[in-house]
Design a protein around this ligand. Structure first.
Ligand SMILES: Nc1ncnc2c1ncn2[C@@H]1O[C@H](COP(=O)(O)OP(=O)(O)O)[C@@H](O)[C@H]1O
Ligand SMILES: [Mg+2]
Length: 401
């Protein structure tokens, strides 16, 4: 039984960020922070730059960060004296000294101007580059070997309502943590699918070329489905043994044809089926209809005791379900990988009553990991007073309290 001992005892060495430096990142011209490997409480008025710090940390992991922002929106906008011009050609950077299993590493990410040829046109865009210990690495996925982050933001409060895309990205991020290849897979899938879609839309029916793409899409698609299934099974097994407390028990499920077929059929057969779906799907694309596949899969969450789908739960219950998911993921990561993720909890306390808020803070204290928590009011963190480090943000400056 997993819950019979203290999870934090599994961690031999703490992990997380020991120094964080931001340059021309959002509202920060230059910021250096030396956080403890403990709860780090960041308070300040609305708009002072609390979430920006969490976003910066999220860029030390693969993907587009916790705001899914455009790279070009992140560089610091600066007005001139007439409050007009914004500074051009400026880049932004985030770097950090991190600790993992007793070793120290430096991670850095920044943007670089790049050009892309598309349909005989050259387009300029901002590309994110990554360095580990001063060496440029070719894929962002490498970051996952050194640092893992799990975030919960107010935007995610509505994740169970509306279309499946945000739920699917949430799920895929949970998968990255266990399976570094998954970040590459989802990026490759997106790239191949876009190309396939674009050729069909342009009426370029080069059959061999399209067949080639369909074969690759099917192969990578089935590996995406398999990795998602593995994650969901892993979390469900863990959740079965979790006691019910203030945070609800859950059950997770995948609603996607390709994932479900893997219940009954060998991967190779599912790949053949997927190729067929894509081949027939060419016509759907022409007629602006959708094509089934792993880019349409939904991640379903149920409130266990009530057997209630999350989308039918109250707003408050949905928030609790999200907290249950990330706590389970955190504990699974600690047990399976031996190092804890860094938690980025943006305004986490705002919809919790005092009992649930304190229960969560006690859990974080027990987990004994680094968790960045933003809030407008530092008084809510009495429970962590002895354990946490407190920072206050004021227009682009951060003071330790
Ligand atoms: N590219 C940018 N350049 C300069 N300031 C920015 C940029 N993007 C966002 N901001 C500013 O950052 C502030 C929001 O920071 P945020 O971290 O979301 O605040 P909060 O403390 O409420 O979490 C806003 O005042 C916004 O105008
Ligand atoms: Mg904020």
């Amino acid at each position: 039984m997993v819950s019979a001992f203290k999870i934090s005892e599994v961690i031999k060495e703490k992990s997380g960020i020991k120094r964080l430096t931001l340059t021309d990142f959002r509202n920060y011209e230059h910021l250096r922070l030396e956080p403890h490997l403990a709860p780090v409480i960041i308070t300040g008025e609305n708009g002072s730059g609390k979430t920006n710090i969490l976003e910066a940390i999220s860029f030390l992991t693969p993907g587009r960060g916790l705001r899914s922002a455009k790279m070009s929106d992140i560089k610091r906008i600066e007005r001139d004296d007439k409050k007009q011009l914004e500074k051009k050609n400026q880049t932004w950077a985030v770097s950090a000294t991190i600790q993992k299993n007793g070793e120290i590493y430096t991670l850095a990410t920044a943007t670089q101007k790049a050009e892309r040829e598309l349909d005989d046109e050259t387009k300029a865009f901002d590309r994110r580059i990554v360095q580990i210990d001063g060496q440029k690495v070719s894929t962002q996925a490498e970051l996952g070997k050194y640092l893992s982050a799990i975030w919960l933001t107010p935007q995610m409060d509505r994740i169970f309502l509306g279309g499946p895309q945000p739920r699917r990205s949430f799920l895929d991020r949970l998968v990255y943590a266990f399976d570094l290849e998954h970040a590459k897979r989802t990026a490759t899938f997106e790239h191949l699918y876009k190309e396939w879609y674009r050729l069909i839309k342009m009426g370029r029916f080069d059959n061999l070329w399209l067949l080639g793409l369909e074969e690759q899409i099917a192969a990578v698609g089935v590996s995406i489905a398999a990795a998602r299934r593995e994650l969901v099974a892993r979390l469900n097994t863990f959740l079965e043994n979790e006691p019910d407390d203030v945070f609800p028990g859950l059950m997770l499920n995948l609603d996607g044809k390709i994932e479900q077929m893997l219940d009954k059929f060998a991967a190779i057969d599912v790949e053949d089926y997927y190729k067929e779906v894509l081949f027939k799907g060419r016509q759907n694309i022409v007629q602006n209809e959708s094509v089934d596949g792993v880019n349409r899969t939904d991640f379903k969450v149920y409130y266990k005791q009530k057997y209630m789908p999350a989308e039918l739960c109250s707003t408050g219950e949905q928030k609790l379900l999200l907290i249950s998911i990330i706590l389970a993921q955190t504990k699974c990561q600690i047990l399976d990988k031996g190092f804890a993720p860094v938690l980025l909890l943006d305004e986490i306390t705002s919809h919790l009553d005092d009992i649930k808020k304190d229960a969560l803070l006690y859990k974080l204290k027990d987990l004994n990991l680094q968790a960045f928590i933003t809030a407008t009011d530092a008084n809510k963190f009495e429970v962590l007073k002895k354990d946490a480090q407190f920072f206050e943000v004021q227009n682009g400056y951060v003071l330790e309290k």
